[in-house]
Design a binder for this molecule. Structure first.
Ligand code: F6P
Length: 323
């Protein structure tokens, strides 16, 4: 009988629980034993394992966050930390590991797979910055949360003829900002992949007023050179010349909380099931993601350290629509 472990790592993403549930129940269906690891790689290093049965993952598909807890573990980034993790797995005869997480977590997964453990990653991050998956677990929920905020901000912005700046998460990836801007009808979007100067932002907002709008909205990715802080300080400094009032809202971790949408639950369930299928097929180092509508395993060596490019057609579309 095979023994596997599952962990969640990095920033939590809505839908991680649905993935844990699918991994556990599909593994049990194979006749395997499953262990949940608490607090990501930190739990792997310190041996914080708990055997799971079907009931251990009952009633969680609708919950945000992760029942396993998550962490950013510095110790695992060292050779000693990874050796300690390997020892903990070997002591329990665990030969397979499922890592539910984003970019940094999959880098750790790759390192472990090089040490003789079969590791399969599940693409899970609100940043959508992983190649190997067109869309990652949590993005849809985070996007919907950002949109709810934007719809509300537009109402108050219109009442006061104000400009609003909304900063969204995403690390160095502008996907969340771009999609929020398109779906939220923003006038300007600022993404890390393309430098946009404060003066260009001011021009975009000014043009919206000149076209007769009662509000103007700019969505900014946190990883952009001119993020919310930089733009607000520029607008303060040049307020007389800019000629309008700018208010700023940083959505921050609000985007990561909340119940997963139907889309994220189904995506997470399919990718979780795909991870077990990949292990059953003998994959030793792969990321399971959704590519062109199909659950696909991509070698981790082709995923780690690779930057996902922003879609230029979507950027163009955002510019066409901001009239
Ligand atoms: O990677 C997910 C993410 O939410 C990023 O968008 C954000 O930059 C980061 O995590 C925040 O990390 P932390 O929760 O450790 O502050």
């Amino acid at each position: 009988m095979k023994r596997i472990a599952v962990l969640t790592s990095g920033g939590d993403a809505p839908g991680m629980n649905a993935a844990i549930r699918a991994v556990t129940r599909c593994a049990l269906e194979q006749g395997w034993e499953v262990f949940g690891v608490q607090r990501g790689y930190a739990g792997l290093v310190s041996g914080n394992f708990q055997e799971f049965n079907a009931r251990s993952v009952g009633g969680i598909i609708q919950q945000g966050g992760t029942i396993l807890g998550s962490a950013r573990c510095l110790e695992f980034q060292t050779e000693e930390g990874r050796m300690a993790a390997l020892r903990e797995l070997r002591q329990r005869d665990i030969t397979g590991l499922v890592v539910i997480g984003g970019n940094g977590s999959q880098t750790g997964a790759f390192a472990l797979s090089q040490m003789g453990v079969s590791v399969v990653g599940v693409a899970s991050t609100i940043d959508n910055d992983l190649v190997g998956s067109d869309i990652t677990i949590g993005v849809d929920t985070a996007l919907n949360i950002a949109l709810e905020a934007i719809d509300r901000l537009k109402i108050t912005a219109s009442s006061h003829m104000r400009a609003f700046l909304v900063e969204v998460m995403g690390r160095k990836c502008g996907y969340l900002a771009l999609m929020t801007a398109i779906a939220g009808g923003a006038e300007v979007v600022v993404v890390p992949e393309i430098e946009t100067t404060p003066e260009q932002v001011a021009q975009g907002l000014r043009a919206a007023y000149e076209r007769g709008k009662a509000h103007a909205l700019v969505v900014v990715a946190e990883g952009a050179k001119y993020n919310a802080e930089a733009l607000v300080s520029y607008f303060k400094e040049h307020s007389a010349r800019v000629g309008f009032d700018l208010r700023s809202t940083t959505l921050g971790h609000v985007q990561r909380g909340g119940a997963p949408t139907a889309y994220d639950r189904i995506l997470a369930t399919r990718l979780g099931a795909g991870a077990i299928a990949a292990l059953a097929n003998g994959e030793e180092s792969a990321l399971v993601g959704m590519l062109k509508g199909a659950v696909t395993a991509t070698p981790l060596s082709e995923v780690v350290g690779v930057q996902k490019p922003i879609d230029p057609e979507l950027l163009l579309l955002a510019r066409v629509l901001d009239k």
